[in-house]
Structure formats: structure tokens, C-alpha cells
Design a protein around this ligand. Structure first.
Ligand code: ADP
Length: 218
């Protein structure tokens, strides 16, 4: 395995498994590790390598050459002790990019104190994201830092049949139409000449509140 570009994923539960499979799908080599034999068995053939092992044991991780990787993900959530011991070993190996999933704020704080470079809160973040989808009429939603978001939505009737340049979406609604999808086609970049159809789907970017308001318009 060429360790330079490869990723080691420890814990192949729901989160780790989805993450590992997505990486492999994008042509990244993945070494998956889990202590559960059945899980390991079910993923053999789908990941570059899958090994049954206890990741809290330094010697075992070294035997698997985990210390030679540049990127690692600790996808253990429920077993706090295993998550913390594993993360601490990965950091002590000097791995450049250690990611870990946290199940609570306190868990995340400990991981950060241990020197984990990126702590993610999948359930908390997904809960927030779904709240935006439940409340509004957006088809999809992603919020970045600094109150900036991108949403997938249907166009308000006001701008249908007009060129984007003429409907002045940016000055009227404070959002920028980034891409547009005609029925049955893929997304393409929007231009000032783009005429919006009633069956089209839009991707718009802007301040969170503006993008939400825009997608609530009918
Ligand atoms: P999810 O909610 O994503 O399913 P879990 O925390 O339930 O996450 O799953 C974590 C996975 O990590 C499980 O498959 C479990 O077997 C594995 N795991 C937990 N502790 C260790 C360990 N010490 N070594 C290797 N794998 C572990």
C-alpha cells in the first residue's frame, strides 16, 4: 500500500464504513481496522485492506504500519475509552492529519486536547442540517463558516422565464445562482444569459438567512 496518499480508518461502524467506502469510491486507498470479525468480513473485497485488530494496542498498530500513514480517521464513537486510546496513539505516531468523530462536546474536547487535528460531530451536525431542511422548502442545504450557505431549491415564480441578468436575483434577494439543472439533465453553471424554467432546480449561495428566504419563496 502506498502510504503517502492512503487513509487508515479505525472503527467500521455506520460512520466509519460509509466514510471508508466513499474514499475507496474516489480512488483513495484505505486500510480499515475493526475489532469486530463480522464487520471486517463483510467489508473484505470492498476496501483496499481490512484487518481485524484492537486499535488500542500500540504494537498491533505498528505491525499494521499505521504509523507510516499521513492520514487517519478514528471512527469509534460509543466506546469512549477505545476512541481516546486510539486517538492518542495516532497522535504520538506523528501522523500529520488525524481526524476523529466525537459523540459529545466533552468527548470532542478531550480529542482536541490530545492533539487530534480535526474533530467532527456527525450526529450533531446532521441534526442541525436536517432542521433547516425540515423547516423550509430546500431540497438540500450546506452551511459553511461565517453564516454562508449553499442550498438546492426550486425557483420562485418571479424569476421564471427571465434571464438571470434581468431578474437581478443578486440585488433583489441577496443570493447568487451558482448552477442550474433542467429536468432530466445534469447541473451546469449559471450565467447572466441563463433563462430559468419552472421545472428547473437551482443551487444558490449567500448568507444563510437569505438563501433560506429565497428557497421559501413561491
Ligand atoms: P457508529 O455509530 O458509526 O456505528 P460505533 O461507535 O457504534 O459507531 O462503532 C464503532 C466501531 O468501532 C465498531 O464497529 C467497533 O467494533 C469498532 N471498535 C470499537 N473499539 C475498537 C477497538 N478498540 N479497536 C478496533 N475497533 C474498535
Amino acid at each position: 500500500m502506498a502510504h503517502g496518499n492512503a487513509v487508515v480508518v479505525i472503527g467500521l461502524g455506520r460512520f466509519g464504513r460509509a466514510l471508508a467506502l466513499e474514499l475507496v469510491g474516489e480512488d483513495t486507498e484505505v486500510l480499515g481496522i475493526d475489532r469486530d470479525a463480522e464487520l471486517v468480513q463483510s467489508l473484505s473485497g470492498s476496501l483496499t485492506h481490512v484487518v481485524r485488530a484492537d486499535s488500542t494496542k500500540e504494537e498491533i498498530l505498528r505491525q499494521l504500519a499505521v504509523h507510516e500513514f499521513d492520514r487517519a480517521v478514528v471512527a469509534i464513537g460509543t466506546d469512549l475509552e477505545a476512541s481516546i486510546l486510539t486517538a492518542s496513539l495516532l497522535v504520538s505516531f506523528g501522523i500529520q492529519d488525524v481526524w476523529a468523530k466525537a459523540v459529545s462536546e466533552a468527548h470532542g474536547r478531550i480529542l482536541t486536547q490530545l492533539g487530534v487535528h480535526h474533530v467532527v460531530y456527525p450526529e450533531h451536525d446532521m441534526g442541525q442540517r436536517v432542521a433547516h431542511l425540515v423547516r423550509g422548502r430546500m431540497l438540500d442545504y450546506i452551511e459553511f463558516e461565517d453564516d454562508f450557505a449553499m442550498v438546492k431549491t426550486t425557483p420562485p415564480t418571479d424569476i421564471i422565464g427571465e434571464r438571470l441578468a434581468d431578474s437581478a436575483v443578486r440585488s433583489r434577494y441577496g443570493v447568487t445562482v451558482v448552477a442550474i439543472k433542467r429536468p432530466g439533465e445534469g447541473f451546469t453553471y449559471a450565467t447572466p444569459e441563463t433563462v430559468v424554467g419552472s421545472e428547473d432546480t437551482l443551487i444558490v449561495a449567500g448568507r444563510t438567512q437569505k438563501t433560506e428566504r429565497f428557497s421559501d419563496l413561491r
